[in-house]
Write a protein that binds this ligand. Structure first.
Ligand SMILES: C[S@@+](CC[C@H](N)C(=O)[O-])C[C@H]1O[C@@H](n2cnc3c(N)ncnc32)[C@H](O)[C@@H]1O
Length: 214
């Protein structure tokens, strides 16, 4: 009798664990689908006008949400540098690249104010949903490090949370208003070049590095 009760208890526990795991997997899938809806990755990548052969740096790439569409856009002759201070996020991105056989992604373990990118080596830099995590006093040095890595005339694109909007996603940190970003990027030697209005909850701006002196 006691044996039967234990078996029943184990069975109910197993079923509960399986149901929880299924619910969590469904929630994760839902979250990703939701992000695609508000993040519009295809639209964002299109605005970057990447060409085969370009070198793109995704600074604060995390687990690689944008790395893979970038890798496709720049092709085998191009290179995507996935830069992050979090080695675990880089490991997850690297594992995914290996599983998918993507060969043109290189991962760079950076420091908070040093991207570790070679000066003048990058055509396009991209920073999405990162700067509100970066302490205020580190933002300009980080932007300076990105500016140094750009080739003359190269572009930096930044996406971050708009002020005063309620977002359907959770985010942590301290908001970096667009105007404050522009001040910091300008002080880092970049010039505001374009605004894109396709995203509902985030600003999306482009800065240009100075052209080479003749
Ligand atoms: C919210 S995630 C965004 C990831 C990715 N850009 C995306 O849009 O999915 C923020 C990432 O920024 C990274 N990060 C925070 N501060 C950083 C810094 N100073 N330099 C580089 N990466 C940083 C974090 O480790 C994290 O992976």
């Amino acid at each position: 009798m006691r044996d039967q009760m234990s078996i029943r208890r184990i069975l109910s526990l197993t079923i509960a664990v399986l149901l929880l795991a299924a619910a969590s997997a469904a929630a994760q899938r839902e979250g990703r689908r939701d992000r695609n809806e508000w993040q519009q990755p295809e639209r964002v990548v299109k605005e970057l006008h990447l060409k085969p052969g370009d070198v793109v740096a995704d600074v604060g790439c995390g687990r690689g949400y944008f790395l893979f569409p970038f890798a496709e856009a720049v092709g085998d002759e191009g290179k995507v540098l996935g830069v992050d201070i979090d080695q675990r996020a880089l490991d997850a991105a690297g594992k995914r690249a290996e599983e998918q056989g993507v060969k043109n992604i290189e991962l760079v373990h950076s420091e908070p104010t040093d991207t570790k990118l070679k000066p003048g080596s990058v055509d396009v830099a991209f920073i999405c949903m990162v700067l509100h995590h970066v302490p205020k006093e580190q933002q300009q040095p980080l932007l300076q490090s990105v500016a140094r890595a750009l080739k003359p005339g190269g572009y930096l694109y930044v996406i971050d949370v708009k002020e005063g909007v309620e977002t359907p996603f959770r985010w942590h940190g301290e908001q970096l208003p667009r105007e404050e970003l522009i001040e910091k990027a300008t002080a880092a030697g970049l010039a505001l070049d374009a605004d894109f209005y396709c995203l509902q909850y985030q600003y999306f701006v482009r800065f240009a590095a100075p052209e080479a002196k003749p």
